[in-house]
Design a protein around this ligand. Structure first.
Ligand code: ATP
Length: 224
């Protein structure tokens, strides 16, 4: 099978275990290299709380030592909104027309796809892999228009189908639902509720060290 490259974009403000479970599942089930790609200026969200360099540092800590998981910081070097279509054009220039390429998005992002710039052209450049997410049920036969008409001829069910073509197919990545969200994680940190179990220890340490999202020092800090 040709190597498959998967781009997993997001704000990662901060990265959490839900992101990592999705990335690992895509890597293992689709035999792919997965590139986590922080957005500089996410077009569909407000400003991020942590800076671009902090979000990047947390991602690097999260994937350290994890085979076939990488960080791609290309969107941080581009001015203006981080449109995915621009990223895919850039990637195609880099990897050529024949290599299989996919973007990985959560079900909530998929349902919002028609708001993305040039969304119907995304599949000219890449496949789309959709991870199930609590609260965003995907029923392939009952998607709202115009998503339904766009998606219907493109669904596939096997990793092979993604390796066999450079772009153009949609695949649902089924994995146990993950409850984590960055919004909820930030809220827990700010409220002083337990939160460390939602992100890798190295990322949690970074958040505390840099006092991100209103994090205070650990209750046991200084006692060891
Ligand atoms: P926020 O809560 O601030 O919206 P988020 O947790 O959705 O943040 P993002 O960085 O915006 O994090 O997400 C990047 C991508 O990961 C998006 O496509 C999103 O749908 C997906 N994603 C995030 N968390 C999960 C999860 N728990 N399960 C499945 N997909 C997820």
């Amino acid at each position: 099978m040709a190597p498959l490259r998967i781009q997993y974009g997001g704000t990662f403000d901060p990265v959490h275990d839900g992101h990592l479970a999705v990335a690992r599942s895509a890597r293992d089930r689709l035999h792919a290299d997965v590139w986590l790609m922080p957005a500089a200026d996410p077009p569909h969200k407000g400003p991020t709380e942590a800076s671009a360099s902090e979000r990047l540092a947390m991602l690097q800590l999260a994937v350290a030592g994890q085979k076939h998981l990488h960080v791609d910081d290309r969107e941080l070097h581009r001015a203006g909104p981080s449109w995915t279509i621009d990223t895919l054009v850039d990637l195609r220039r880099e990897i050529g027309d024949a290599a299989p390429l996919a973007i990985l998005i959560g079900a909530d992002s998929f349902l919002g796809l028609p708001t993305w710039r040039s969304w119907q052209s995304l599949t000219d450049f890449a496949h789309i892999v959709i991870a199930e997410r609590p609260g965003s049920r995907i029923d392939q036969h009952a998607l709202p228009e115009p998503l339904h008409s766009f998606a219907a001829p493109r669904w596939c069910t096997s990793a092979m189908a993604l390796h066999d073509a450079p772009a153009g197919r949609l695949l649902r990545l089924k994995l146990p639902l993950r409850p984590e969200s960055s919004t909820e994680l930030r809220a827990r940190i700010a409220a002083g509720q337990p939160w460390r179990a939602w992100t890798p220890p190295a990322v949690a340490d970074y958040i505390e060290r840099h006092r991100l999202y209103g994090a205070g020092p650990r209750p046991d800090a200084g006692t060891r």
